[in-house]
Design a protein around this ligand. Structure first.
Ligand SMILES: *[C@@H]1O[C@H](CO)[C@@H](O)[C@H](O)[C@H]1NC(C)=O
Ligand SMILES: [Ca+2]
Length: 324
């Protein structure tokens, strides 16, 4: 009874601070969160955080890449995530001197192997887990069906390649356009994983309100993976900064708590596969409908011509008979 009362109370408190904490029973996990002052965090030997590549820490931000060419950097948490449901709020900043050309972007990771460097925005390709890709530059030469900056989610079981030439669109499970770069306002992203549903929301307009970017059901992620961040520049450059991270454990059903989630193979339905599933029956019924209407139109025109012809012939006969 007391437990329920406590949960209920917690929900009320959470709801009132909707933009700061998740709207369900939740507990911030300090070890998976990172706030100023960072130097204290990184100077102690017991730090849960690890830096890779060109990452620099100051008293105001953790800079994964500076606004210079060919950099890559990472920020990795070294304590595995033992709880199945979570939500992470990241205050970040992507900015630089480039007016038209800038890049490449940053990624928020939940993966099996932390600390690696590589070609996917400063982390390894063929990874195991989840990547939330904040892509600022469109590598695609042809027309895209979306604009950049673009946020997308990719789930990988170690077999998929992130294709920069297609901006990862063929392996993404969902995505949305988001004007997060070069803003004067604070830019934040929330990633929520609960009951196999992944929801990504942003707050980039300085209005202190979460706006849903996308959500996807049926996303399978194991426990005991690691949170991390990485970014990269190439010919194009930008500063990619992490300012704060708040991670909340969300209340899980008993079923999920008892399940052996450590053995789960990451899975997410790509939007391409989903499109194939959804569009096929639709296009078939559309074709059938079109044929039906063409036949109907043909019949109406035929009947109309027959009736018109009949009256025309009759009137001709009538006129003719008058002259005879
Ligand atoms: C890994 O993903 C690929 C591509 O989605 C799939 O074909 C394969 O069956 C998956 N492997 C496992 C072990 O789930
Ligand atoms: Ca890109």
């Amino acid at each position: 009874m007391f437990q329920y009362f406590f949960l209920y109370f917690f929900q009320i408190v959470s709801a009132q601070e909707q933009s700061d904490t998740p709207n369900v029973a939740s507990y911030e996990i300090r070890e998976h969160s990172l706030v100023k002052p960072y130097p204290a965090v990184f100077s102690t030997g017991s730090s849960y955080w690890h830096l890779t590549g060109n990452t620099i820490v100051t008293d105001r931000w953790i800079r994964l890449t500076a606004d210079t060419q060919s950099k890559q950097g990472g920020l990795w948490n070294l304590l595995p995530v033992t709880y199945p449901d979570w939500e992470m709020h990241v205050h970040f900043k992507v900015h630089g001197t480039g007016k038209e050309l800038f890049g490449d972007g940053l990624v928020i990771w939940y993966v099996r192997d932390p600390k690696h460097l590589g070609p996917v925005f400063g982390y390894q390709d063929y990874f195991h887990g989840l990547g939330i890709v904040l892509d600022t530059y469109s590598n695609h030469n042809g027309p895209h069906n979306h604009a950049h900056p673009y946020i997308s989610a990719m789930v990988n079981n170690g077999t998929l390649h992130y294709d920069h030439d297609r901006d990862g669109t063929h392996t993404q499970i969902a995505g949305c356009e988001s004007a997060f770069r070069g803003r004067d306002t604070d830019t934040l992203i929330a990633i929520r994983y609960k009951d196999d549903k992944l929801t990504v929301s942003t707050d980039v307009d300085g209005r202190n309100v979460w706006r849903e970017c996308f959500s996807a059901e049926g996303v399978r992620l194991p426990t005991h993976y690691y949170f991390g961040f990485s970014a990269a520049t190439g010919e194009l450059t930008d500063s990619h900064d992490i300012i704060s991270v708040h991670t909340y454990q969300l209340d899980s059903s008993n079923e999920r708590k008892l399940e052996d989630r450590q053995a789960i193979v990451p899975f997410g339905l790509t939007s391409e596969a989903e499109r194939l599933h959804v569009d096929d029956p639709k296009s078939v019924s559309w074709t059938a409908l079109k044929i039906f209407f063409y036949v109907l139109l043909f019949l109406i025109i035929s009947v109309g011509l027959a009736i018109g012809g009949y009256f025309y012939m009759n009137s001709r006969r009538y006129h003719k008979s008058r002259f005879y």
